[in-house]
Design a protein. Sequence first.
Length: 209
Amino acid sequence: MKNLVVVDHPLIKHKLTIMRDKNTGPKEFRELLKEITLLLSYEATRHLKCEEVEVETPITKTVGYRINDKDVVVVPILRAGLVMADGILELLPNASVGHIGIYRDPETLRAVEYYAKLPPLNGDKEVFLLDPMLATGVSSIKALDILKESGARKITLVALIAAPEGVGAVEEKHEDVKIYVAALDERLNDHGYIVPGLGDAGDRLFRTK
Ligand code: URA
């Protein structure tokens, strides 16, 4: 798992434990996903380039630094990724936002794109793909395919929890993509859920079950 970074921080571990708890309700669950994404983004954006700018303090002129966040593109996979986008946008408010919707065909088990609205992409854009549960990796791989077909070259995947199976699958198909997560869990169960995981992230965020 050479591309995986588990952001092992007490704040993240603490907040993720509350999210895992089946008794945590949707309001707190959404807030925590947003907060953890913000903390993960601190590490996942470490490679962004800064340009030097002159700044005048009340005392004197000096050299400062600026990230060109207009070159940053945040892409949540619908629907659970939407709340993660709110987290990273707190840090990079001028980033563009693209949306990708993917479902799994129950017969072929293949990932099918049902929606994609992306800003113009090219090899200079820094793209952050957001998908809370990296389970089989099927959706993330499909979204990465779509992003690359649209011109993206620098892509970072940010997830909340990953299963080893999902990390392996993404690394095999997209070996250039770094993956940042809050936790690497044990495995997938027979229904494709991450164990121990936190259940269905979309249903817990939006109270659809
Ligand atoms: N999607 C989820 O929401 N949870 C899992 O455990 C796996 C995929």
